[in-house]
Design a protein. Structure first.
Length: 412
C-alpha cells in the first residue's frame, strides 16, 4: 500500500541571485509515483524579499482543482525582524476557517527578542484569546539574564514563572555550562539552588558536539533528562544528530531518534533522513528519507521522498519546485571573501558570537530569504541571541564598505 507523506516545507531552499534578478521559490507541488498532484504550497514575498505569506493546498480530485487548507502570514519591523506570525486552517467538519496560532514578537535595538506573546483560538467566540507570554532580559553583551512567563486567564496576564541564568565559558568564548534558577531562590550564587543545568562540548573548530540537560532531584543529585550528540563533515556541515533521553532503568541514557544530512562538494543538501529507536526490536526504524536534486545552476529542482518498508527505504513520492524571477530586493547581497570572520558555537543552541568583523554591518536571513536580524557597526565579539529561532539553517551576511562575506549556521 502506498504511504502518503502529506506536507513538505520549503525549509531547505534559498533564493538564488543572478545579476540584477532573483529566483524566488514561490511554489512546490507534491506528486505521486504516477505523476498525480497530491498537495501544494505557495509563498508570496514583500519588496525586500521576505516571505509574507505561505499557503497550503490539497488536490480536489473530483473537481480537478486545488482547495486551500492552511495559510500563514508574516509581518516584520523596519529592521527586518519578524514581529508576527498568524496561521488559519480549514476545519473540514464545520467548513469554517479557525485559528491555529497567533504569535507577536518584540525586539530591542540589538535585535534580541525581548517579548513573545502567544494567543489561542476560542472556538466558541471565534476569536483569539490570551494564552502565553514570555518577557526576556539581556545584559550589555546580549546574553540572556532572566525571563518571566505569564499565562492568559480571562484575557488577563498572570505571572507564573520567573527564572535567572548563570553561565560558564571556555577560553574560546563557547558556553560550556548554563544554570537556570527559579527566582523563589534568591541566592543564585549557590549552584545548589539551580533547577536545571545544561552542559556543552565542542570540537576543535568550535562546532557543538554535545548538549546535555539535567534537572534537580534534590540538593545532591542531578537527574539526566536529554542528551544531544552531533557530528560534522570536513566543511563543518552537521551530518548527524542523535537524541537520547534519561532513563534510570536503561543504565542512564536511552536512544530516541537520529537525524542526519549529507552535502555535495558545493555545500548543497543532498539527503536528509530520520530514524526512531524501536525498544522492542532494539534497533533503528526509518521514518522518512528525502533526496534533493538541483539543476545546472544549483537551484533546487525536486525532492524524492522515501518511506520505510520491510527494513529498507522505498521510493514513494516526488516534490517539484517552481520559481518566479524578480528584481533583486535591497537586502540581497553578493558576497566576496575579503573580510574574515568566525562564528561559534555552530550549531547554535541559545546564542552565538560573530568574531573578527568589527565595524561591519550584519544581516541574518533564514533559508527562505527572510531577514531575521540586522545590526550596524558591530563589535569585534558580537553576541547574537537565537534561542527563539526555529531549528534549521541560517545565513549570516557581513558587509563593510564594498567587502561582503557570508557564513552558514545551524540552529538546534
Amino acid at each position: 500500500m502506498r504511504k502518503n507523506i502529506s506536507w513538505i516545507f520549503l525549509s531547505c531552499i534559498t533564493f538564488c541571485v543572478y545579476g540584477q534578478t532573483t529566483l524566488f521559490p514561490d511554489s512546490m507541488v507534491l506528486k505521486s509515483l504516477d505523476g498525480q498532484s497530491l498537495n501544494k504550497q505557495m509563498s508570496t514575498y514583500d519588496n525586500n524579499g521576505n516571505e509574507s505569506s505561505r499557503t497550503y493546498y490539497i488536490r480536489d480530485k473530483k473537481n480537478n482543482d486545488w482547495l486551500k487548507y492552511m495559510e500563514y502570514t508574516y509581518e516584520r519591523d523596519h529592521s527586518g525582524n519578524q514581529i508576527s506570525e498568524i496561521a488559519f486552517m480549514q476545519d473540514t467538519a464545520s467548513n469554517q476557517w479557525v485559528g491555529v496560532s497567533n504569535q507577536l514578537f518584540l525586539f530591542d535595538e540589538n535585535g534580541n527578542e525581548i517579548e513573545k506573546v502567544c494567543y489561542g483560538w476560542n472556538r466558541q467566540t471565534g476569536d483569539w484569546e490570551t494564552n502565553h507570554k514570555c518577557v526576556t532580559g539581556f545584559d550589555e553583551d546580549g546574553v540572556m539574564e532572566n525571563d518571566i512567563s505569564y499565562i492568559g486567564i480571562e484575557n488577563q496576564w498572570v505571572e507564573y514563572s520567573q527564572k535567572d541564568y548563570k553561565y560558564e565559558f571556555d577560553n574560546a568564548g563557547n558556553i560550556v555550562e548554563m544554570l537556570i534558577f527559579d527566582l523563589k531562590y534568591k541566592d543564585v550564587k549557590s549552584n545548589v539552588n539551580a533547577s536545571k543545568k545544561y552542559e556543552y562540548a565542542y570540537d576543535k573548530q568550535g562546532n557543538l558536539t554535545l548538549s546535555v540537560l539535567y534537572e534537580r532531584s534534590d540538593e545532591s543529585q542531578w537527574v539526566p533528562k536529554y542528551r544531544y550528540e552531533y557530528e560534522f563533515d570536513s566543511n563543518d556541515n552537521q551530518t548527524l544528530e542523535i537524541f537520547l533521553v534519561g532513563d534510570p532503568d536503561y543504565d542512564g541514557w536511552r536512544a530516541h531518534y537520529k537525524y542526519g544530512h549529507s552535502y555535495d562538494e558545493d555545500g548543497n543538501l543532498i539527503s536528509m533522513f530520520y530514524y526512531s529507536w524501536n525498544m522492542d526490536k532494539q534497533d533503528w526504524v526509518g521514518v522518512y528519507n528525502y533526496q534533493y536534486f538541483y539543476d545546472s545552476d544549483k537551484n533546487s529542482e525536486y525532492i524524492n521522498l522515501y518511506v520505510w518498508e520491510n527494513g529498507d527505504w522505498r521510493f514513494n513520492e516526488r516534490a517539484d519546485y517552481y520559481y518566479t524571477v524578480r528584481q533583486n530586493p535591497e537586502n540581497n547581497t553578493r558576497v566576496s571573501e575579503k573580510l574574515t570572520a568566525s562564528v561559534y558555537p555552530n550549531p547554535v543552541a541559545g546564542f552565538f558570537t560573530v568574531a573578527g568583523a568589527e565595524h561591519s554591518n550584519l544581516i541574518i536571513v533564514d533559508m527562505q530569504g527572510r531577514v531575521l536580524l540586522t545590526r550596524k557597526n558591530i563589535s569585534n565579539q558580537e553576541v547574537v541571541q537565537a534561542g527563539s529561532w526555529p531549528n534549521g539553517a541560517y545565513f549570516i551576511i557581513l558587509n563593510k564598505g564594498d567587502e561582503k562575506i557570508s557564513r552558514k549556521i545551524l540552529k538546534k
